[in-house]
Design a protein around this ligand. Structure first.
Ligand code: ZN
Length: 402
């Protein structure tokens, strides 16, 4: 055994365990294991699969200090405040900012990230090129997937369709989408169709931002699910935000949720940014901007939770800690019972791991050794206290902690 983690408390098992890592994988989980190469004593603390953040905008992170003060603090304004910045993007400065977020996330146990990079006629392909370099730079420590993301939409930003295809040619891993941001329902559907054309051409998965609005007429998740079903793309499509689903009447919402389940569309909710940016036109009581997490889960839809933003025009806060994300999710979706907290923990580990089609999620014998030692007794305490991460392993190699 190359490395043994001693005295580990594991999810779903009583007592203390020894976790043997070898050849990049979890080679054994046993009550006793002989002394091997290196050892880490977990000292009875929680050992789980590491954290996965499947939706974050690393091209924009840490830009808050460059910005003029906000006015409305609504999404449209955030989009426009980014334009000037985007025109001045340079690859080295994006790399520096994004690298800082990756390093911080690694200390909090995040070993896999799906980062969105804007693709549009303002910043061109600079963000994607920078993030592809980032992927290369961190290939030994973090699994980075780059999603080519048409932030300014596609139909309303002529030229973006070609740029998206170009981004995929450069090596982007995922085709992004922003269909609800088009100017008509017809254009929104065209947007989804274009993304599928490109994804199929390059044989890549799709991750869109759908219905990130309180407007009950926004119905792009419904069309995305239908398209996924028709194209046989089950298990390769994720949709983030979907806030409008909470504004639909219950009958229509139930139909869309069932369609997502049938189509195999995964849902990603980013509670922190939604709490800040959505519901801005509401008079009290103000909506939370959070999709119908509980109903989606109960229907059997795969649901994950992600950070989304770190100090940028959309969200002024942001700590790249998936345990903080889990805490926000537990609060906003009112998931508080012990089995619900396990589910919330899955939303920042196992479920985004499945969305990114990564090996090692969940932590089990034979799987890739992506492991975090959390200074907590159990998942409840981990979410409650968000304590230190004592050690972090990626592919069996210690990448953070002592
Ligand atoms: Zn986002």
């Amino acid at each position: 055994m190359e490395h043994v983690i001693r005295n580990a408390r594991l999810r779903g098992r009583d007592g203390l365990w020894q976790v043997g890592l070898d050849g990049g994988n979890v080679a054994a989980i046993a009550a006793e294991l002989p002394a091997g190469g290196d050892e880490t004593d977990a000292g009875g603390r929680l050992v789980t699969e590491s954290f996965v953040d499947c939706h974050i905008h690393l091209d924009k992170c840490h830009t808050g200090s460059q910005l003029a003060p906000a006015g409305t603090e609504m999404l449209q304004e955030a989009v426009e405040r980014t334009w000037e910045m985007k025109r001045n993007y340079r690859i080295p400065e994006i790399l520096e900012r994004a690298g800082r977020a990756i390093d911080d996330g690694l200390r909090y146990g995040t070993t896999a990230v799906r980062t969105f990079g804007d693709v549009d006629t303002i910043g061109g392909l600079t963000p994607v090129k920078a993030l592809l370099e980032l992927r290369e730079k961190y290939s030994g420590t973090v699994d980075i997937q780059v999603c080519a993301f048409p932030q300014e939409a596609i139909v309303r930003d002529p030229g973006t369709e070609d740029l998206l295809a170009e981004a995929m040619k450069l090596g982007a891993d995922v085709v992004g989408g922003m269909p609800w941001f088009e100017l008509s329902d017809e254009d929104s559907r065209r947007h989804v169709d274009i993304c599928f054309e490109i994804a199929k051409r390059f044989d890549k998965p799709i991750h869109m931002l759908c219905d990130d609005t309180d407007d009950p007429m926004s119905r792009t998740l419904e069309y995305l699910a239908l398209k996924t079903l028709r194209e046989g793309y089950a298990g390769r499509v994720a949709s983030s935000h979907n806030g409008a689903l909470s504004s639909y009447d219950h009958y229509h919402a139930a139909r869309v949720i069932e369609l997502c389940r049938e189509a195999g569309v995964a849902i990603v909710s980013n509670p922190q940014i939604s709490l800040v940016i959505d519901g801005r036109l509401d008079q009290p009581p103000v909506r939370r901007g959070i999709t119908r997490v509980r109903e989606l889960v109960e229907a059997g839809v795969l649901v994950a939770s992600a950070q989304d933003d770190i100090d940028d025009p959309y969200y002024p806060f942001g700590k790249p800690d998936q345990l903080e994300v889990a805490s926000f999710m537990a609060h906003t979706a009112q998931l508080t019972k012990p089995y619900e907290l396990e589910l919330v923990y899955d939303m920042v580990t196992v479920n985004p791991g499945k969305i990114m089609q990564l090996d090692g999620f969940p932590l089990e014998e034979g799987g890739r050794a992506n492991v975090v030692v959390v200074d907590a007794e159990d998942v409840h305490e981990a979410i409650r206290l968000q304590p230190a991460r004592l050690a972090v392993f990626r592919g069996g190699r210690k990448v953070a902690g002592s």
